[in-house]
Unconditional design. Structure first.
Length: 118
């Protein structure tokens, strides 16, 4: 299934975007040492996706925490108020035609973008 690598890349891009420390805007200007992450699924998401998404998120958290960052991340515990919540509102299986089209569109974009910038 092609969704798993794409989901890993998306989560890693968000989490590993060269953060030295996460700052939260408030009166105290305190930096975060530990960030909790949770996921919420709408009814339109097929239940077959949920275990795969959860396992990818846990693997991404493990990978993030294994490197030196200004903060650590963990799955949100019961009773924790603050943290990051990722809301999955839609999901579907893609066929071979859609996957092929996405590769072609991505390749065209990777070629056309530098040309357009030049």
């Amino acid at each position: 299934m092609c969704m798993k690598p794409l989901l890993i890349v998306a989560i890693l891009l968000v989490l590993l975007s060269s953060c030295a420390s996460l700052k939260i805007s408030d009166d105290k200007k305190a930096s975060v040492k530990d960030l909790s992450i949770d996921s919420v699924y709408s009814e339109s998401v097929d239940s077959i996706y949920i275990p795969n998404i959860d396992s990818v998120m846990i693997a991404a958290m493990f990978s993030f925490n294994s490197h030196n960052h200004g903060f650590k991340i963990h799955k949100k515990m019961v009773g924790e108020q603050d943290g990051l919540t990722i809301n999955f509102s839609r999901g579907k299986f893609t066929g071979d035609g859609e996957i092929t089209a996405s590769y072609i569109i991505s390749a065209i974009g990777l070629i056309a973008t530098p040309i357009a910038v030049l």
